[in-house]
Design a protein around this ligand. Structure first.
Ligand code: PGA
Length: 222
C-alpha cells in the first residue's frame, strides 16, 4: 500500500505561542489514529522551526516531519536574510520550492528555483517543486511535484479531482518515479476525492491547515 502525503503549509502565519497551541490540539486529535500509511509534514515559518521541532520530539511515534517553506539558493556566507540548507537541516527534512506566491510576489524564476533545488539536494532535504500548469518546467532533481493551479488557492476554487489526476498522470509520464501531490483549497470535505485518485500521492493544505481540528480531520479522511 502506498503512503499518502499530507502537508500543512502554514505560510506566513502564527507566533510560537500559536504554534504550540496548534500542536497540542492537533496531537490530541491524531495520536490514537493509525498513521502507518500517512506521512504528515508540517511547514511552518523559519522562526517556528525550533519550537515545532522540539514539541514533535516528544511524539516520535507519530513520525510527523518538518518542512521549510523556502531555502536560500546559496550556501552559508554573506547573504543577509537568507536561511541556508545547513541551518534548515537542523530541524527539517524537506523544503517547498517554487510556490506560485514565491514565483509571483518574490519574482523567483527558474534559475533561482534550480539553485534552490540544488541546495536542497546538497543538504539531503527532500524538495517539493510546485507546478502551476502543464507548461511549468519540470526542473531536474525535485523529489516531489505539487500540482497547484494558482486559481485553486483559497479563496479560489479547487481543481476537479479528475483534472488533477490527469495532470498528475501527465507529470508521471515524464518522470515516473516522482510522487505528485495536489494543492489548492483542500478541505476535510474534499480531501478524499483527491487522495483516492490513482495518480495522486497526497495533498498540500494551506488555509485549512491553520485550524488544528480541520487539519486533523483532513489527516483522518485522506
Ligand atoms: P490553500 O493553499 O489550501 O489555502 O488553497 C494551498 C497552498 O497554497 O499551498
Amino acid at each position: 500500500m502506498k503512503k499518502t502525503f499530507i502537508v500543512a503549509n502554514w505560510k506566513s502565519n502564527f507566533t510560537t505561542k500559536d504554534a504550540t497551541q496548534w500542536l497540542t490540539t492537533f496531537i490530541e486529535k491524531v495520536e490514537d489514529q493509525d498513521l502507518a500509511l500517512k506521512e504528515i509534514v508540517i511547514c511552518p515559518s523559519f522562526t517556528l522551526l525550533p519550537t515545532v521541532f522540539m514539541h514533535l520530539q516528544q511524539f516520535p511515534q507519530l513520525q510527523i516531519s518538518l518542512g521549510a517553506q523556502d531555502i536560500s539558493p546559496f550556501s552559508e556566507g554573506s547573504f543577509t536574510g537568507a536561511v541556508n540548507g545547513a541551518q534548515i537541516k537542523e530541524f527539517a527534512t524537506s523544503v517547498l520550492i517554487g510556490h506560485s506566491e514565491r514565483r509571483i510576489q518574490f519574482k523567483e524564476d527558474n534559475v533561482i528555483l534550480t539553485q534552490k533545488i540544488t541546495m536542497a539536494q546538497q543538504f539531503l532535504l527532500q524538495s517539493f517543486l510546485f507546478i502551476q500548469n502543464e507548461k511549468t518546467p519540470l526542473l531536474p532533481n525535485a523529489n516531489f511535484f505539487v500540482y497547484e493551479p494558482p486559481s485553486a488557492i483559497s479563496p479560489g476554487k479547487p481543481d476537479t479531482p479528475e483534472n488533477a489526476n490527469a495532470v498528475a498522470q501527465m507529470l508521471k509520464k515524464q518522470r515516473n518515479i516522482t510522487p505528485v501531490l495536489y494543492g489548492g483549497s483542500v478541505t476535510q470535505e474534499n480531501v478524499q476525492s483527491f487522495t483516492h485518485m490513482p495518480n495522486l500521492d497526497g495533498v498540500i493544505v494551506g488555509k485549512a491547515s491553520l485550524s488544528p481540528t480541520s487539519f486533523a480531520k483532513i489527516v483522518t479522511y485522506a
